[in-house]
Design a protein around this ligand. Structure first.
Ligand code: SF4
Length: 926
């Protein structure tokens, strides 16, 4: 057995992991106790990484050979690497020569390593001569970049994780940290325990798990953050809570802002934001009067048509109160992706250049051209993500190279994105997983390595660079992302008749990183004092210039990265969301993360265990809104925006305010689909979202889309669930996904049961669907065949006249009969108890006839084990509720008692906020 230190590939916390492997197989993972981001902790996603890299998952989901399509829509065929790269080279060279360099575009990812990013950036801007390279970080971080640059002069988060321990007020805005950055949230919980005087203020339109732990929750209306921040500054001025000396010595532009915020009276702000004036005042006091205020913010600010304005308005508050440049204080943007920061460092966005240089600055372009050994870097701004796909849809961009990201799931306005992918003459998808929606549009599929197989570096939210290391060899013919880009670039150099030595003479990721390091010399993120050898010893924060130590926090001397060293107040005004609610679209749709899932779920979506917390796609709606519309939990609804419609079950959620609905960002076509009345395939939640962007950062507004919600009348319903051998379940899901287009609504997800004997060898697959009319028998036959519900041992019932079919597969285990799989077609009123028998693996022999009759109530009650709360120890809500009702004492004591008895929340801790809520809501034992 071998141990390899590396980094988690999911969120921007950037936790260190220790990977255990045997030969070619990763066998387990644990938190690295020496890594400064997590000190040994991992969340539910990080602690299951090894399960997503098992042989069974790899065989069924990974892209292991280069594949090509000679015709769109055809099955891809195997091709050699040599032929694949030559085809890509010929296509790109021809298009560049015929239409110019701006006819091609690269869309890359915050999941790539810094070295991968660097090569792609140089390939586009240095060799081809186009700035058409953007990244999915545009969907995540570009407003934070713009906000920092406009105010502090550089894209550099000034704070660090340790500041959580020094803060007296935590101001968490637009961030469900408990779900999105769980290990950082554990530090917040620790800090609150150690310092009960610490006040936590959460600003969020939803009552999230993070908001549930706050001392004060400002449940503002969507998009009203600038109104709130300007209103807080108004109050600070009125109350004399600003820091006049700091403002005078270290900033510019305060007088203009002062004049603007005069109009943001408490009455105005309270009314627009939908909060109480008392709460506004209290939040302002906690922010301004604490000895140290740390803001933590994320997509609620960034993913907005006012994203830059929101960021700068918040930073204004820190500058006005001097809450920056000291322990426990500062505006701290949390990066969503593991290496969004590294991408920013190498200039991997359409408007940036290496080492935080600006494309619009001629001196910066000349510096980069000199570093790269090219004549120049083009000055014309490149297309940002939304612009790039619009240009491809319009025929302006003719070739797209997509690496390590899934725009056919994650981009807003999927109709345009899919038109772009269809219209582009040549689409290359460089991917680790063959299962993403974007793969279906590729002319060329290039297999890439992924976590556990790659070497390089990433930078987390606190500017800390960590090494990523390979524990096992690349599977199949997969190659490293940097290597694919280098090989393509070298071929393209020849095709474009580049003279002189190759610009891409890299033998290892370290040689690339060394060139990147040199580009930072003298810049705000100077890392000339670092090396791979030093990073091998321990992760380091930037800046770390030659001869100096890393800096934990920035601007302690009050000198900023601006021409005169002073920070700049931004005079911003409140603008409402781009697409306001109106009579035809009366709901505000918000999107965001689930606790146990990551992005498009190409990796986390392979594990049934990570679906224990949220089992299936759903639209969350306030119970009162549901009651008014006569909707019950689980009813199917049409959710419609100006761009499209999806069909999805609705669930009541007290997290939502009235007139607001929420759907997780993860649910793409791979998991929820269907066919519209006009025959169009429904493309997940982003069929609805708007491509309206912030005018400065070009980041789309995922956090608000105006929608209407109407009950879907789809009377013919179907539910099929089955346990399948673990090495067949993912293949079965892919086959089922092909059937989803037969239904007006369909969802296909994995599930898991209790950690019963044999649980390692089998995996659950759930397929739910609905239609207007009875589906042809051939479709049901195919479904049964995929779920292994055919054969002599399967109990069957068919009523052709009523369009009903039921199949039950059982097996004997000792004295008991257990249900292995079932299909209920035409009528699913028995689903609640039959699915319980299957998923909880309960004895089923007493229910045989009732199951085939599919009666709505079972002859004997089924004792369901309930919904998973703690996925590490498979602890269900039923067990927790039973335990807590006997516990006495304070909430803290009752939680401790529950945890002591059941172990829930004692491993990764991701479920602790939910446990706290359950304890709070449970009646106290007499
Ligand atoms: Fe990975 Fe979880 Fe750490 Fe984020 S918090 S880096 S997802 S282990």
């Amino acid at each position: 057995m071998q141990e390899t230190r590396s980094t988690c590939p999911y969120c921007g916390v950037g936790c260190g992991v220790i990977i255990q492997s045997e030969g070619t197989q990763i066998t387990s993972v644990r938190g690295d106790p020496d890594h400064p981001a997590n000190f040994g902790r991992l969340c539910s996603k990080g602690s299951t990484l090894h399960l997503t890299a098992s042989a069974a998952v790899t065989q069924q989901t990974r892209l292991l050979q280069p594949l090509q399509r000679l015709r769109r829509g055809a099955m891809p065929q195997m091709v050699t690497w040599d032929a694949a790269l030559q085809r890509a080279t010929d296509a790109f060279a021809r298009i560049v020569q015929e239409h110019g360099p701006d006819a091609v575009g690269f869309y890359v990812s915050g999941q790539l390593l810094t070295e991968d990013y660097y090569v792609f950036n140089k390939l586009a801007k240095g060799l081809i001569g186009t700035n058409n390279i953007d990244t999915n970080s545009r969907l995540c971080m570009s407003s934070a970049v713009a906000g920092y640059k406009k105010t502090l002069g550089a894209d550099a988060p000034p704070a660090c994780y340790d500041d959580v321990n020094h803060a007296q007020t935590l101001f968490i805005v637009g961030s469900n940290t408990a779900f999105a950055h769980p290990v950082l949230f554990r530090r917040i919980e620790d800090s609150k325990r150690a310092n009960p005087a610490l006040k936590i203020v959460v600003v969020d339109p939803r009552l999230t798990d993070t908001a549930g732990t706050a001392d004060l929750h400002l449940q503002i209306q969507p998009g009203t953050d600038v109104m709130l921040f300007n209103g807080m500054l108004h109050l600070m001025l009125w109350e004399g809570w600003t820091h006049a000396t700091y403002i005078a010595q270290h900033t510019n532009g305060f007088e203009e802002l002062k004049a603007t915020v005069r109009d943001y009276t408490p009455d105005n702000v309270a009314q627009t934001c939908g909060i109480r004036k008392e709460d506004l005042l209290e939040a302002t006091r906690l922010f301004a009067c604490s000895t140290a205020t740390l803001s933590l913010y994320c997509q609620g600010l960034n993913q907005s048509s006012s994203g830059t304005a929101k960021n700068t308005a918040l930073i204004n508050l820190h500058l006005a109160t001097g809450q920056i440049g000291k322990p426990g204080a500062g505006p701290f943007s949390l990066t969503g992706q593991p290496n969004a920061m590294g991408g920013r460092e190498v200039g991997g966005l359409a408007n940036l250049l290496s080492a935080h240089r600006d494309l619009s600055n001629p001196a910066h372009r000349a510096e980069v051209a000199a570093l790269w050994g090219v004549d120049d870097v083009p000055s014309k701004p490149g297309k940002t993500a939304v612009e790039m796909f619009q240009a491809a849809a319009d025929g302006e961009i003719k070739a797209l190279w997509i690496a390590c990201t899934n725009p056919a799931q994650s981009m807003p306005d999927q109709t345009t994105v899919r038109r772009a992918l269809e219209r582009a003459e040549f689409v290359v998808v460089q991917e680790a997983f063959a299962t993403t929606a974007t793969c279906a549009y590729a002319d060329l599929l290039l297999p890439a390595t992924t976590w556990g197989e790659k070497e390089g570096t990433v930078t987390n939210s606190e500017r800390c660079i960590s090494r990523v290391r390979a524990a096992v060899a690349a599977p199949g013919a997969a190659r490293h992302d940097w290597g694919i880009a280098v090989n393509f670039a070298q071929r393209l150099e020849q095709a474009l008749l580049h003279t002189g030595p190759s610009l891409f003479d890299y033998a290892t990721p370290e040689t690339i990183w060394n060139e990147h390091r040199e580009s930072t010399r003298g810049r705000d993120l100077d890392i000339t004092g670092l090396s791979y050898a030093l990073l091998d010893a321990a992760p380091r924060q930037w800046p770390a210039p030659q001869g100096s130590q890393s800096k934990a926090r920035l601007y302690e001397d009050g000198v900023f990265h601006t021409a005169d060293g002073r920070a700049q107040f931004c005079n911003v005004v409140y603008k409402p969301v781009a697409e306001q609610r109106e009579a035809r679209y009366p709901f505000s749709l918000n999107t965001g993360r689930l606790r146990d899932q990551w992005h498009g779920m190409s990796r986390t979506g392979t594990l049934g265990r990570l679906f224990g917390h949220v089992r299936e796609p759903a639209l969350q709606m306030n119970p009162q809104d549901m009651a008014r519309r006569l909707l019950k939990a689980g009813d199917l609804v049409h959710v419609t925006s100006k761009r499209g419609t999806i069909v999805v079950p609705v669930q009541p959620s007290a997290e939502q305010s009235m007139s607001q609905v929420f759907m997780a960002m993860h649910w793409g076509e791979e998991f929820i689909s269907g066919l519209s009345a006009s025959g169009q395939r429904l493309a997940g939640v982003n069929a609805l979202t708007t491509s309206a962007v912030c005018p400065e950062s070009k980041q789309p507004e995922f956090k608000h889309t105006a929608v209407k919600v109407l009950k879907a009348e789809l009377p013919w319903t179907l539910l099929a669930m089955a346990w399948l051998p673990v090495d067949q379940a993912l293949t079965a899901r892919r086959q089922l996904q092909e059937l989803m287009g037969e239904f007006a609504f369909a969802t296909c997800v994995p599930f898991t049961g209790a950690a019963a004997p044999g649980a390692q060898e089998r995996s659950g697959v759930l397929f739910r669907a609905a239609a207007n009319e009875v589906l042809p028998a051939a479709v049901l036959d195919r479904l049964e065949s995929i779920l292994q519900l055919q054969g002599a041992e399967v109990l069957r019932y068919t009523d052709h006249k009523r369009g009903q079919r039921r199949s039950m597969r059982m097996h004997r285990e000792g004295q008991d009969s257990l249900l292995d799989g079932f299909l209920l077609a035409g009528d699913t009123c028995a689903q609640h108890w039959i699915s319980g028998l299957l998923q909880d693996e309960l004895p089923a022999q007493r229910y045989g006839r009732a199951m085939l009759l599919a009666v709505s109530e079972p002859p004997v009650p089924v004792a369901s084990k309930g919904k998973v709360v703690c996925s590490c120890f498979d602890v269900r809500d039923v067990a927790i509720q039973a335990q807590v009702k006997d516990c006495k004492g304070t909430d803290v004591q009752r939680l401790a008692a529950v945890q002591g008895a059941l172990r829930c929340g004692t491993n990764c801790g991701s479920c602790v906020p939910e446990l706290q809520r359950m304890v709070r809501e449970a009646p106290i034992a007499a």
